[in-house]
Design a protein around this ligand. Structure first.
Ligand code: ADP
Length: 611
């Protein structure tokens, strides 16, 4: 854009200048040539006219016939005055070979010595050479003249008798010539003015479209693709403008496609659950997505200030840039690390530029805490199941072996041992039943028979089933709710009863003899709560979140002794959640436990018809 404002650098002015110089040179050459030609032509025609006049007729012969010109001075004078019609600009004299002017149209010089008033050298050349001679000269008063000398009387080889001397005034010719020069100068000035105007217009017609293209290109460099170039002609410049428009459209399209792709990619990166980090070979952060920022617990300023190694150092990890580059030498690699109670898997690989040169490393960070927990749970589950099945099996096996080894002989021992075998078989049966139910719940294969039911009826049915056990432990089962109340819920009656029985039997199991168990029902909003509270052994704070884990028991021996499988609460929780409810435990070690089952109330049908 530098040359835009300097007119010397502008193409427009250069075109005008070239035009101008061309016309100037042509005009100068033409004018010099024409004025010179004109001058020469006029000179030649003057000479030819005079020569033909002198040589025409018998004038020269008559003069040759005189023996002594001076003797016929008067005749000759009369002849030239009478015969020769010359204009005012010529002067004709007859000079004899002694250089005496015998006669002249200019009577003032008649009789004078030619050497004094005429051009001697041309006269001498003509008379001695016997040939016509001419020369240009200047008279006093700056009058340009042409001297033309025609010798006569030397035709027979003798000496010339004299010469006709014509002196022609060239002032008119020179005046005409200088006049023509002035005309040419005027014409040139006019032509140059016209050239300048035409040059400006022509150059404008060439440079305007080019300037237009340049302006649009400049606008495009700032990212403005809105305007095209106006195509006015079909010439080279028109085609340039047309191609420029095509280029603009293609560029616009490509750029908008690229920006769409970029924003798509940015959105994907922004919302992807995995963390993504792109670093160059020196470890400078090129890109980091919000998930990675969150996983690595980074502040916005950390991303600006830190490089990869500093970020990792902040996380207390030793996966340095060097390790990454080394690890990704032969393809992608993976590492895992713990940070702030979570487990992360970090997969990384190098990325390359279009020439295949390594440009940096892309790191994808995945939070695998849940996955690992699940894997651990699965492993634990298999171990637990095996263990839970093995224990009763071992007991059964050892008792049957003892019986077979001879203990059968004693009917008392036999009865007692078979009783134990029976109990263990029951336990296995319960365990297998629970496992099967868990599996059905896990795989959504449990058949639900949902029905509008009165929750109070379920409780009224369940409580007597555990009342005997409570009574055996001298515990007080206190029903605090209104046994006549109707609280409609849309549930699978048997499954909810299973939950209530499980919660009640846990309360009985983990409450000492003579303890107290309260059962209450509370309606709040669209929900109903069944609260079973006991003043039993309670659960420590650390164990509370774990009691819903499969096979988790605070006191394994006690639970097993009570016939527990450690699957009751997990199954109950899953059943309640299938009913869109919740099962929660509050407990204080040594003081007691509150188990709350919350279920959504049903208002679909009236209270009539509820079982
Ligand atoms: P279990 O078959 O062992 O009773 P659950 O899944 O029903 O298994 O209960 C898990 C564990 O939660 C029990 O082993 C027990 O330690 C604890 N627990 C459940 N209910 C109570 C309660 N009311 N009081 C104290 N501990 C309880």
């Amino acid at each position: 854009m530098k040359g835009k404002h300097s007119w010397t650098g502008s193409m427009r002015w250069r075109i005008v200048l070239i035009y101008f110089l061309l016309v100037f040179i042509v005009m100068v050459v033409v004018s010099v040539f024409i004025t010179n030609s004109l001058e020469t032509y006029q000179m030649n025609s003057l000479r030819d006219k005079l020569t033909s006049t002198v040589e025409k007729g018998s004038f020269l012969n008559t003069l040759s016939e005189y023996d002594d010109l001076l003797n016929h001075q008067e005749d000759i004078q009369k002849t030239i005055i009478d015969t020769w019609e010359f204009g005012f600009s010529e002067e004709l004299s007859i000079v004899d070979n002694h250089f005496t002017i015998v006669a002249s149209t200019n009577e003032n010089i008649t009789g004078e010595n030619a050497a004094e008033v005429l051009n001697t050298s041309v006269l001498t050349t003509a008379i001695i050479g016997g040939e016509m001679a001419e020369a240009d000269g200047m008279l006093s008063g700056n009058i340009p003249v042409k001297h033309l000398v025609y010798p006569f009387g030397g035709e027979d080889g003798g000496q010339c008798k004299g010469a006709v001397y014509i002196r022609a005034d060239l002032s008119d010719i020179y005046d005409f010539s200088s006049e023509s020069k002035f005309i040419f100068i005027y014409a040139m000035v006019l032509a140059l003015l016209i050239t300048a105007v035409l040059g400006v217009l022509t150059s404008k017609s060439i440079t305007d479209p080019i300037n237009n293209v340049t302006e649009q290109a400049e606008r495009m460099s700032y990212g403005d693709f809105s305007r095209g170039v106006v195509v006015k002609s079909e010439d080279e410049i028109g085609r340039l403008a047309e191609m420029f428009n095509v280029l603009r459209e293609k560029l616009d399209l490509t750029l908008s496609e690229m920006s769409n792709e970029k924003s798509k990619l940015e959105t994907i990166l922004k919302y992807m659950a995995d963390g993504l980090l792109a670093v160059d070979l020196n470890g400078a952060i090129i890109h980091i997505n919000p998930a990675a920022t969150q996983m690595l617990d980074l502040l916005p300023e950390d991303i600006v200030d830190f490089d990869y190694d500093q970020i990792m150092a902040k996380c207390g990890k030793h996966l340095t840039m060097e390790t990454l580059l080394e690890g990704s030498k032969s393809g992608g690699a993976q590492e895992t690390f713990d940070f702030k109670g979570s487990v992360f898997a970090m997969r990384y690989d190098r990325f390359k530029d279009e020439n295949g040169q390594d440009k940096g490393v892309i790191i994808v960070i995945q939070d695998i805490t849940e996955r690992q927990k699940l894997e651990n749970m699965q492993t634990d589950f298999v171990a637990n199941v095996s263990h839970e099945l093995k224990t009763p099996l071992t007991t059964i096996k050892s008792y049957t072996e003892t019986l077979l080894d001879g203990a059968m002989e004693d009917p008392e021992i036999t009865a007692s041992f078979l009783g134990i075998v029976d109990t263990e078989a029951d336990r296995m049966n319960r365990l297998v039943k629970d496992l099967l139910q868990l599996s059905r719940l896990d795989h959504q294969r449990e058949r639900w028979s949902m029905k509008e039911t009165n929750l109070v009826n379920i409780l009224n049915t369940a409580i007597p089933k555990v009342a005997l056990t409570a009574r055996q432990k001298e515990q007080h089962l206190n029903v605090l709710y209104d046994e006549e109340a109707v609280i409609p819920v849309n549930v699978d009656r048997d499954r909810i009863e299973q939950v209530v029985l499980n919660v009640l039997s846990n309360a009985i199991k983990y409450t000492n003899e003579g303890g107290r168990i309260d059962i209450d029902v509370l309606e709040s909003g669209n929900y109903v709560k069944v609260i079973v509270s006991d003043n039993g052994i309670g659960i420590s704070e650390a164990d509370i979140p774990r009691v819903f884990e499969r096979f988790y028991r605070v006191d394994k021996a006690r639970s097993r002794a009570m016939g527990g499988t450690g699957l009751g609460l997990p199954i109950s929780k899953q059943i309640v959640e299938e009913h869109h409810g919740t099962l929660t435990i509050e407990s204080q070690e040594g003081k007691g436990t509150n188990v709350t089952m919350t279920l959504p109330l049903s208002f679909h049908r009236g209270q009539r018809g509820i079982e």
